[in-house]
Design a protein around this ligand. Structure first.
Ligand SMILES: [Zn+2]
Ligand SMILES: [Zn+2]
Length: 374
């Protein structure tokens, strides 16, 4: 008898679930109360008195909300009277405020063609994310012309602002319509995943690297006009920086990387400024050599990196400028990022006795050097 009672008693996990469910319901009801007041506020001139450009703007700054959350609150408040069934479903805990916000936006867009009864059943059966998609389909089904007009308007909002900072860095900001954005993400997202061992980059750094990799062809198809003296390439003291199209002068380390597989259009000058080598995408590594390298390495050789040969450069373990050959045993494939780490990032990659590649991080010095200059 005692055992049967224990079996029926709610477990700690049951209680935790119930507490979360009830707390979310209370928050959702508070959100509705907030939405009503937000709509009243938007209809007033209170936000103008404070010098805000809109009620959304006022809510963003003073209530610490995103623009999307502020727009949702106002939309729900304005449309609530027309959404009695959806409102009741939130009160009953059958749908959440996120569903209600999508419902309000859809009602706004469809006006008198909006059928709450059909959509509220869909809301009860689907997550807020899935319901958001369903409502987009519904909007298209009710009025394909209006839907197309809205998408065309989104394209009109497109912009890509590029400005060069005083240190030569390029600042980028912009907006793409959903279709353009999807095309962009389809190319960018696979390159922005973590790659290889010891990848501590955050998402924004990976996005930036992916964009550069995309534009540079991964290091194997770049067509960048570079002018450099041999002294610069050898990083000799007194040598000027190298010159590159669309950039301020660049360091000898960067030129060393770009020249490593010689896939750049380059002009090398000797110290008398005489052109000694003009290569239009001329490669130190021949095409058959590159195919053999691709077949042998299969991908970037950095531990745990799987970038394919098409996105990797032929890295000389001993650079050709220092007399290294372009034979297979002096070459390995390295993707754009790992090639950068080896040249500019001061990492080393060496072949171990068993043939595996080993990576050595740059030396980090703490405190003053242990001995002074000779
Ligand atoms: Zn290299
Ligand atoms: Zn790699």
């Amino acid at each position: 008898m005692l055992a049967a009672q224990d079996a029926c008693a709610p477990s700690d996990n049951d209680l935790l679930r119930e507490r979360l469910f009830q707390r979310r319901r209370v928050i959702d009801l508070q959100e509705i109360a907030f939405a009503r007041e937000a709509a009243d506020f938007a209809a007033s001139d209170a936000w103008e008195e404070d010098g805000s450009v809109s009620a959304v703007d006022w809510l963003r700054f003073n209530c610490h909300m995103t623009a999307g959350a502020a727009c949702n609150a106002i939309a729900v408040g304005e449309m609530l009277e027309q959404l009695p069934e959806s409102h009741q479903a939130v009160v009953d805990g059958e749908i959440g405020f996120a569903h209600l916000a999508t419902m309000a936006r859809t009602a706004e867009a469809l006006d008198d063609r909006f059928d709450e009864r059909v959509l509220v059943e869909k809301a009860k059966e689907n997550s807020p994310g899935k319901f958001f998609y369903i409502c987009h389909h519904a909007r298209h089904a009710f009025d394909p012309k209006q839907f197309a007009a809205e998408q065309a308007e989104q394209v009109e909002q497109r912009r890509l602002k590029l400005s060069t900072w005083i240190d030569g860095s390029l600042l980028i900001s912009g907006q793409l319509d959903p279709v353009g954005g999807a095309a962009f993400l389809t190319k960018l997202a696979p390159l922005a995943r973590r790659s290889g061992a010891l990848d501590y980059r955050d998402q924004e750094q990976r996005n930036a690297d992916a964009l550069v990799e995309l534009c540079s062809g991964g290091g194997s198809q770049a067509q960048i006009q570079v002018t450099s003296s041999l002294e610069t390439l050898l990083a000799l003291a007194g040598a000027p920086a190298a010159e590159m199209e669309h950039s301020l002068p660049v360091s000898s380390k960067t030129i060393e990387r770009l020249a490593c597989d010689s896939s750049i259009a380059r002009v090398l000058l000797n110290s008398e400024s005489t052109v000694i080598d003009v290569g239009r995408s001329k490669r130190v590594v021949s095409e058959p050599g590159r195919r053999a390298l691709a077949a042998r390495d299969g991908s970037c050789r950095w531990p745990e990196c799987d970038r394919p040969p098409s996105r990797s450069a032929a890295h000389h373990l001993v650079h050709w400028i220092h007399g290294g050959s372009s034979d297979l045993d002096n070459l390995i494939l390295l993707c754009h990022r790992h090639h950068w780490m080896v040249h500019e990032g001061k990492w080393q990659i060496v072949r171990g006795e068993d043939g595996r590649m080993l990576t050595i991080p740059p030396m980090v010095h703490f405190g003053p050097p242990s001995r002074g200059p000779d």
